[in-house]
Write a protein that binds this ligand. Structure first.
Ligand code: KIV
Length: 280
């Protein structure tokens, strides 16, 4: 069996392309995983060269690139376009493509067609938001060879149902529901789980109870296997009031690449997130 590596990755002598297997190994040996959003070739290349392990082509591009008030208007075509752009700049990071609102909610058949579009554009894994109701879809996708990243806690595509961008799972009932959903998603075959705006203690319990999941936190404290930030937030380019979990890595860094490297270093040495400053 031959091992296929992209010609670009072979030619530039850079690090070996990250695989799901390699990410699992990092989780198991306790090496924090650094994930960052990227939406185009230039920033995907800079993030990859700065040592970011996973790139997320997030539907946050609806706000950041398109100027919408939420992620809801983002189309599958938008996501495929930006996934393809980021994939062309990336050499070795694991590339996750976000399934946008309306592209998987009908169920497994719609999710398969939408995921195929993102995978053909260059995604290696798809991300979808939501709890137990997505388990059937997650099972169907993983059975068909599509790695899935689930997303629990604050799920921005449900912002209107959740009543705003607020911390989830704070009370006993909310925490128990979140744990049940995480278990269902793990049993359905999800390999990765983004936990957004979740109390740090709950995120830690989830990772300990479900070691088969690679948990990636954003506003979920330091006990997850990895961290993700939105590129524009960590470069100080986002306007308006930012959530407390955001840290701007640009001040004091040697330009954008310096800020990206500082982010990776801070995730790896666990100085970010600081539970006192960035946790709930
Ligand atoms: O779309 C996005 O950028 C995301 C991250 C906030 C995790 O889903």
């Amino acid at each position: 069996m031959s091992v296929h590596t992209s010609p670009a990755a072979q030619a530039d002598g850079g690090r070996k392309p990250l695989t799901l297997h390699a990410l699992r190994a990092m989780q198991q040996r306790g090496e924090p995983i650094a994930m960052l959003t990227a939406y185009d070739a230039t920033f995907a290349r800079l993030a990859d060269e700065s040592g970011v392990d996973c790139l997320l082509v997030g539907d946050s591009l609806g706000m950041l690139l398109q100027g919408h008030a939420s992620t809801l208007p983002v189309s599958l075509e938008d996501m495929a376009y930006h996934t393809a752009c980021a994939a062309r700049g990336n050499r070795s990071a694991w590339l996750v493509g976000d399934l946008p609102f309306g592209s998987y909610q009908q169920g497994p058949a719609q999710a398969l067609a939408s995921s195929a579009t993102l995978m053909k554009a260059g995604a290696q894994m798809v991300k979808l938001e939501g709890g137990g109701w997505t388990a059937e879809t997650v099972f169907s996708l993983t059975q068909r060879g599509i790695p899935v990243c689930a997303h629990l806690g604050l799920t921005p595509q449900s912002v209107h149902a959740l009543g705003g961008y607020r911390v989830q799972g704070r009370d006993d009932e909310g925490a128990a529901t979140l744990k049940r959903h995480a278990r269902e998603l793990a049993e359905a075959g999800a390999a990765m789980l983004v936990l957004e705006l979740v109390p740090s203690a709950l995120a830690g319990e989830l990772q300990a109870e479900l070691p088969q999941l690679i948990t990636i936190g954003i506003g979920a404290g330091p006990a997850t296997a990895g961290q993700v930030l939105v590129l524009h937030d960590m470069l100080g380019a986002t306007r308006g009031r930012l959530p407390r979990f955001v840290r701007n890595f640009l001040p004091g860094a040697d330009g954008i690449e310096g800020a990206l490297r500082a982010y990776v270093a801070a995730v790896k040495d666990r100085s970010f997130p600081d539970p006192a400053l960035h946790g709930y």
